[in-house]
Design a protein around this ligand. Structure first.
Ligand code: AMP
Length: 524
């Protein structure tokens, strides 16, 4: 029986783990690193580079090096998030034929699922090399707050990478699984605060004899370390503009250097109270080269980032109230994601709960370890481990007058199936259009449109008479499918909701068939 790996497909870094002789282990890449940058580049000579190789050449090849593409996955090109991701971004983001964002590298555009697939392939390769055997199956983690489109795209990426995705699990749930490993009999209520490179999640889980039950989850799929970096990049640009009168915003190479330097300064400031950013030859003025040299203190960074950290704490409050708990009912707070190393984050969390967070897990590795533990549990039926997760977003359909009728509330345990009966709004109406929405608003437009389908052949009758039963299923991966049935004719229609922006089966096959995807340079 071949092994199943657990992959944490992160915004900034990815990590792969496996359970070996009953123990979960993180697999190092050829360079000995336990995490691999989620970066991809097209070099001048046409070579495709991934991971550390892509990162190393990012400054000299900034416009052909993609980082943080997970921020774009499953989104529409026109969305506010894609617009924000394009700001101060050295590579070009263009609109694809499905209205999805694509990365333009050289002459070729790449879908987000393709880039994610390239990174997944690399993680698969790392595991194969270490284990000396072929790997075909994986459990992949996603932010808990990912919607249907983002989950579908991640699953598509697995397929493109030649992996059967046995399960998609939520990152904070994976972290709790790793925390709970070996504590089988402990009964605890834990809160996972997961602030990664691009996303923020908070989940509250109850652990007890072989059962891990998520009580509530909340989050923001566009809030993470990247935002801290961007604030610091902006600060450096403003300082430089004030002293030198030169705007660095339109210069890809300068932007990439600033981004690297800002991230490094941010990480340094988790240990030191002051650091210096030095970027020689960052620009050329009328009288020759100009150098950037700026002192950044922890106080400045904390002032810049205070709003973001406050936002995360508001989300923590929301999650607690959804779970019906108060802060003192949380036994353990687990910090996950590299950005949770920031002292300000740790202070705020400690103030809120009146106790220091748990220190025993490595925030960079714990999610992949949890994924590997789940992979093992799926293989080994004797393991009595019951994992009950929830849907992060309410599911509904568009109704008359632009409203959204909620059919499944957020934080409902998965899998779930709900059926509702709907009727027509006009006499002799023979077709209904079902618009499937995900989100919390009563106004249809403010929610994500997952997809729409038409149920035709309804018998002619007065408005309000025909009865159409619509059933919604959300599986354990958080992926939605919908079917509808005319109760008088029995006529049925079933769709897997193919969110706008995701790839069709044909497109996935086309990408798989493109041989060049298999020619990635994989040496580290
Ligand atoms: P992850 O998605 O968990 O790999 O988190 C990556 C994010 O954590 C990136 O934005 C990193 O810059 C950030 N990060 C890593 N180490 C630190 C640190 N020591 N202090 C602050 N942020 C960090």
């Amino acid at each position: 029986m071949s092994r199943v790996i657990g992959i944490d497909l992160g915004t900034t870094n990815s990590c792969v783990a496996v359970v070996d002789n009953g123990q979960p282990v993180v697999i190092p890449n050829t360079g000995g690193y336990k995490t691999t940058p989620s970066m991809f580049a097209l070099a001048d000579d046409g070579k495709r580079l991934v991971g550390h190789l892509a990162k190393r050449q990012a400054i000299t090849n900034a416009s052909n090096t993609v980082y943080a593409s997970k921020r774009l996955i499953g989104r529409r090109f026109e969305s506010a998030e894609v617009r924000r991701a394009s700001e101060l971004c050295p590579y070009a983001i263009t609109e694809g034929p499905n209205g999805d964002p694509r990365m333009l590298l050289g002459e070729k555009t790449f879908t987000c699922a393709e880039i994610a697939a390239i990174i997944l392939r690399e993680m698969k390769r790392v595991a194969q090399e270490y284990l000396g055997e072929a790997i075909r199956e994986a459990v992949i983690t996603v932010p808990a707050h990912f919607n249907d489109a983002q989950r579908q795209s991640t699953k598509d990426a697995g397929k493109i990478a030649g992996l059967e995705v046995l399960r998609i699990i939520n990152e904070p749930t994976a972290a709790a699984l790793a925390y709970g490993f070996g504590r089988k009999n402990a009964e605890e209520t834990v809160l996972v605060y997961d602030l990664g490179g691009g996303t923020f999640d908070v989940s509250i889980l109850e652990m007890g004899e072989g059962v891990l039950e998520v009580l509530a989850t909340a989050g923001d799929t566009f809030l993470g370390g990247e935002d801290f970096d961007r604030l610091l990049v902006n600060h450096l640009i403003e300082q430089f503009e004030a002293s030198e009168g030169i705007d660095l915003r339109a210069e890809p190479m300068a932007l990439q250097r600033l981004k690297d330097a800002a991230e490094k300064a941010k990480c340094d400031l988790s240990g030191a109270t002051q650091t210096e950013v030095n970027l020689p030859f960052i620009a050329t003025g009328g009288d020759g080269p100009r150098h950037l040299s700026v002192i950044v203190t922890r106080e400045i960074l904390e002032r810049l980032a205070a709003d973001i950290v406050d936002r995360t704490m508001t989300t923590v409050g929301l999650c607690l109230s959804d779970a019906g708990l108060s802060p003192d009912q949380i036994d353990q707070v687990i910090l996950v994601g590299g950005q949770s190393r920031m002292p300000l984050v740790q202070e705020r969390v400690a103030e809120f709960f009146g106790k220091r967070p748990h220190k025993g897990v490595n925030p960079d590795e714990v999610v992949a370890i949890g994924a590997a533990i789940q992979a093992e549990a799926l293989l080994d039926e004797d393991q009595n481990m019951l994992l009950l997760d929830v849907t992060p977003l309410s599911l509904g359909i568009g109704t008359y007058g632009g409203h959204s009728a909620k059919l499944i509330e957020r934080n409902t345990t998965l899998p779930v199936r709900r059926a509702h009966v709907f009727t027509t709004t006009r006499d002799n109406q023979t077709a209904v259009k079902i618009r499937v929405l995900q989100g919390e608003s009563d106004i249809a437009e403010e929610n994500d449109l997952l997809g729409e389908f038409i149920l035709s052949g309804i018998r002619e009758a007065r408005k309000g008479e025909p009865e159409v039963e619509v059933s919604f299923d959300i599986d354990t991966n958080g992926i939605v499918s919908v079917s509808a049935r005319d109760l008088s004719t029995g006529r049925e229609q079933s769709i897997t909701v193919n969110a706008t922006g995701t790839l069709s089966d044909d497109e996935i096959q086309r990408i798989i068939d493109e041989n060049d995807l298999y020619e990635i340079q994989v040496k580290d």
